[in-house]
Design a protein around this ligand. Structure first.
Ligand code: GAR
Length: 224
């Protein structure tokens, strides 16, 4: 059954765009019921308009507190008939009451290999730290920021002659691939939780693929 999806984004919305595109090419089985932003003028709202998708701006500055805002948010999502929430660059914390309204159905993308470099500047923080490998994470959202069970991660080498922006761009491109995939697994009901570990059921009963080759960066030289 299709995911009935609400996408929440605060800004550019390139991850939301990747979801629109994945739905349109038939890779992601989702019915996008609502694209919502907390910021008037956010580019994501233009992107949604270009795809004729239902969209709404709920400006958080017009609400007295987080509880009131999150109640309005939950009402809008339920009102649109969505039962799954994808945070796509949504730069606000969600209250426990909001999460309780959509248990196990709120996902987030983060531009670092969690649990390293949580927070609002994950990609830049990792680059400034001097990591050799970084990447991105799609996870279920829990009460604690950037702490929920991990569904998928992708990593890239950090090249010594590139700046933080270039690394961030390469990570962003990976985000656009792994987030729609994670949502499709959810649509196919192939994700299950044991404690904080997420298990992926193989597709059509096929055996899981062999693990991909290790990424070691800088690469090992002969003899190692
Ligand atoms: C993405 O890189 C996403 O991982 C990040 O915001 C960006 C939004 O880009 N999210 C976080 O940092 C959450 N802590 P987009 O608007 O182009 O999709």
């Amino acid at each position: 059954m299709s995911l009935r999806l609400a996408i929440l984004a605060s800004g550019n919305g390139s991850n939301a765009q990747a979801m629109f595109d994945a739905v349109e090419r038939g890779a992601l089985d989702a019915d996008i019921r609502l694209v919502l932003s907390n910021r008037p003028g956010a580019r994501v709202l233009e992107r949604a308009a270009a795809h004729s998708l239902p969209r709404l701006c709920l400006d958080h500055t017009l609400f007295p507190d987080r509880a009131a805002y999150d109640r309005a948010l939950a009402d809008a999502i339920r009102g649109a008939g969505a039962d799954t929430v994808a945070l796509a660059g949504y730069m606000r914390l969600l209250s426990p009451d909001f999460l309780a309204a959509f248990p196990g159905r709120v996902l987030n993308i983060h531009p670092a290999l969690l649990p390293a470099f949580p927070g609002a500047h994950g990609a830049a923080d990792a680059a400034a730290w001097g990591v050799k490998v970084s990447g991105c994470t799609v996870h279920f959202v829990s009460d604690e920021m950037d702490c929920g069970p991990i569904i998928i991660q992708a990593c890239v080498p950090a090249l010594q002659d590139e700046d933080a922006g270039a690394l961030q761009t390469r990570i962003h491109q990976l985000e656009h691939r792994i987030y729609p995939q994670a949502l499709q697994w959810l649509a196919e009901k192939r994700l299950s939780l044991k404690g904080r570990r997420v298990f992926l059921a193989p597709a059509g009963g096929a055996l899981a693929e062999a693990p991909a080759q290790a990424l070691i960066w800088p690469p090992l030289e002969a003899g190692f």
